[in-house]
Design a binder for this molecule. Structure first.
Ligand code: DQA
Length: 147
């Protein structure tokens, strides 16, 4: 089954952007790790990044009814996007949200995630490894027939 691994705004700058907060791992390195874990789990990884809300919404629509799942780091849109939240709610496939940082230990505006409220699971604060953990859980959810 396909797994859409979707990355929101500014994550293209990973490894260079605020490394004291987000670490030195680049998005390309995360992609490589995700591809390895997905292959081990028998999943087909479709790894994407966009800085544009509507492009992220379109990607979620594409994954609708795919029989797979979505692993997503909505980045700043977690805390603002009702549109992305609504798209996920209509996706009909399991959704796991991941954040590199522990958003609960950060500014109050990061404590609410609209997209997490429609996700099956949320992993935050585990750094780049959160993507791998999220994929393992997603594989289990997909295997169990989704939600
Ligand atoms: C983030 C946390 C968000 O609050 C922030 O806007 C990001 C990255 C994370 O992975 O820790 O861009 O999603």
């Amino acid at each position: 089954p396909p797994v859409l691994i979707l990355n929101g705004p500014n994550l293209n700058l990973l490894g260079h952007r605020e490394p004291e907060t987000y670490g030195g791992v680049t998005l390309a390195e995360i992609e490589a790790r995700c591809r390895a874990v997905a292959a081990e789990q028998g999943l087909r990884a479709d790894f994407r990044q966009s800085n544009h809300e509507g492009v992220l919404v379109d990607a979620v629509h594409e994954a609708r009814g795919s029989g797979g799942g979505i692993l997503l780091n909505p980045a700043g849109y977690s805390h603002t996007s009702i549109a992305l939240r609504d798209a996920l709610a209509a996706a009909g496939v399991p959704v796991v949200e991941v954040h590199l940082t522990n958003v609960h230990r950060r500014e109050a505006f990061r404590h609410r995630s609209f997209t997490a409220e429609v996700s099956d699971a949320v992993i935050c604060g585990a750094g780049a490894q959160g993507y791998e953990l999220g994929l393992l859980h997603l594989a289990r959810l997909i295997g169990a027939g989704g939600r």
